[in-house]
Design a protein around this ligand. Structure first.
Ligand code: MN3
Length: 206
């Protein structure tokens, strides 16, 4: 059986930027929903795939998964990974700005932290429909801001995600309704820069 990560902080830890009820529904219903859907499908079709590592399975979906189930496995599977990355990337406030190597790299590749923030917000606010906005390290070892739709994940495009915001409506609608820009703005109060720095230094994939 595949699992989601344990939430690395109490369910109300993102207050007041994201309320406890939103986190509860997002983590326990939406995220868990992807896990349950994937497990049910795999169990009834190819239970031998439970032996695989989830990322490995997703990166080799065409060879491993029956064609009629590939899309469903893709959607639920990447949504599990994307949400794992998202929960780890935020947390109770620690530092408002990055430090160390990632701070230097952001300045190098974007000119300044302020410019980076603006561009990231623009991308997150501009993502049409459901999706994600990411800071990634691309194959040329440059930082890049990318947005992906639905369950798409930059790992699948050979890029290393360092930071991510979930801009599906379920991530913010209870508190912010249609005001996505306010949610995106509040994201800066929740980013766990230590985690971003660690991902960058260790080149951790998941
Ligand atoms: Mn979500």
């Amino acid at each position: 059986m595949f699992k989601k990560i344990d939430l690395p902080y109490p369910i109300d830890a993102l207050e007041p930027f994201v309320d406890m009820e939103t986190v509860n529904i997002h983590y326990n219903k939406h995220h868990q929903g992807y896990v349950d859907k994937l497990n049910t499908l795999i169990e009834s079709t190819q239970p031998e795939l439970f032996k695989k590592d989830l990322l490995d399975l997703l990166l080799n979906i065409d060879e491993l998964v029956k064609p009629e189930n590939a899309k469903a496995v893709y959607n639920s599977g990447w949504q599990i990974i994307n949400h794992n990355l998202f929960w780890e990337n935020v947390g109770p406030k620690i530092d408002l700005e990055p430090e160390g190597k990632i701070a230097k790299k952001i300045e190098e590749d974007f000119g300044s932290f302020e410019t980076f923030k603006q561009k990231f917000e623009q991308a997150a606010n501009g993502q049409f429909g459901s999706g994600w906005t990411w800071l990634v390290l691309n194959q040329q070892e440059k930082l890049k801001i990318v947005s992906t739709s639905n369950a798409d994940c930059p790992i699948n495009m050979g890029e290393l995600p360092l930071m991510v915001i979930d801009v599906w409506e379920h991530a913010y609608y209870l508190k912010y309704q249609n005001r996505r820009a306010e949610y995106v703005n509040a994201f800066w109060e929740m980013v766990n820069w230590d985690r971003v720095e660690k991902r960058y230094k260790d080149l951790e994939v998941v």
